[in-house]
Design a protein around this ligand. Structure first.
Ligand code: FDA
Length: 307
């Protein structure tokens, strides 16, 4: 019940102002978004890679309103990639980007987002890594998939995300499961209407397994984005049945969520990538994490009340 309310709040400017100004917000936010600058995040990157984990980096931000903000988002990723080049970490750290942050929703936004994301994909390729396009709400996806297809002409390893809760996703998975593709499957984190998406958890979980099967039996590289223990063991079983070796798929989880499981899977020899968000515009990302687990909201509320 609470999830949809929190997701609606994630789009409200008034709630953004209220929550951002709450006295303890920063402490709670840090659990999911452990830094604001490249300087803050480098020690985290070093710590996780030293433990045998890989990372995908998200400079938080979305729903920007000017082309200048979109250019700033591009530059923030380029600065991070420069730092990774200096650290020699291109082989274990990739980028996750939200095209809305690159201008997708502005006038002429499709072209603008493509023009902004391309230099990031080029710079990533120069240091030996990749970029994955995150999936946002369903109205943005045709544009995201078209940009993905365009980028793959020059950078075939550019990844994208598909969301199990959407009815369209099985077809997208069939189209995308070709040789060289990198596809992250997640349950889906936005508030979507019943015309386009499953609403019940058990329906979403069943759809996730159907999509996972398509990806595992296909020729691409599946990236399993989930913390759900049942789905993780189903993924391991489907990979085994499809005859995939340990380096022919990977698990991905969010920073701050089930961290012991990150280490357990890595210790079993799996590739484990931690989606690590940082930056100052954390509101939308943070609210989606609250919506996924109402206990997070109770913890947040208790911290405010105890102040
Ligand atoms: P589920 O929500 O059922 O959680 C399973 C268990 O994990 C819970 O019981 C709990 O223990 C733990 N858990 C999950 N979320 C938690 C939280 N917020 N706080 C504390 N514990 C939590 N979505 C999207 O729409 N577009 C995208 O591009 C991405 N990208 C992405 C990348 C990666 C690497 C991951 C892991 C996830 C995403 N997501 C996403 C988010 C995704 O759609 C989904 O909302 C979350 O992963 C939660 O779903 P689970 O599969 O973890 O299952």
């Amino acid at each position: 019940m609470l999830g949809p309310v929190i997701l609606a709040a994630s789009r409200s400017d008034r709630m953004r102002r209220l929550i951002s100004a709450a006295p303890v917000t920063k402490q709670v936010v840090d659990r999911f978004i452990p830094g604001e600058t490249v300087g803050d995040i480098v020690p985290i990157i070093k710590e996780l890679t030293a433990k045998g984990l890989e990372l995908t980096m998200d400079v938080v931000g979305e729903d920007i309103t000017t082309p200048e903000q979109a250019a700033a988002a591009r530059d923030a990723y380029l600065a991070l990639i420069d730092r990774l080049r200096e650290l020699g970490l291109g082989d274990s750290v990739e980028m996750s980007v939200k095209l809305s942050m690159f201008g997708q929703a502005l006038d002429g936004g499709h072209e603008l987002a493509l023009a902004n994301v391309r230099p990031v994909v080029e710079a990533a390729a120069e240091i030996g890594t990749t970029v994955t396009l995150d999936a946002e709400d369903h109205t943005t996806l045709d544009s995201m998939f078209a940009i993905h297809e365009e980028l793959r002409k020059d950078f075939p390893q550019t990844g994208c995300v598909i969301q199990a809760y959407l009815f369209r996703t099985e077809n997208d998975a069939r189209r995308l499961a070709d040789a060289g593709s990198r596809v992250r499957i997640v349950k889906g984190a936005y508030k979507e209407p019943a015309e386009v998406a499953y609403q019940q958890k058990h329906e979403i979980d069943k759809a996730y397994v159907r999509v996972l099967r398509i990806l595992m039996e296909g020729a691409g590289y599946p990236m399993i984005g989930s913390h759900d223990p049942r789905l993780i063991s189903i993924a391991q079983e489907l990979a085994r049945r499809a005859g995939r070796k340990l380096d022919e798929y990977e698990f991905q989880m969010l920073y701050g969520i089930r961290s012991d499981e990150h280490l357990r899977l890595a210790a079993e020899g799996h590739r484990m990538r931690v989606y690590t968000a940082y930056g100052t515009d954390w509101y939308g990302y943070f609210m989606r994490r609250l919506a996924e687990k109402p206990a997070n909201l109770r913890f947040f509320a208790r911290s405010i009340l105890s102040k």
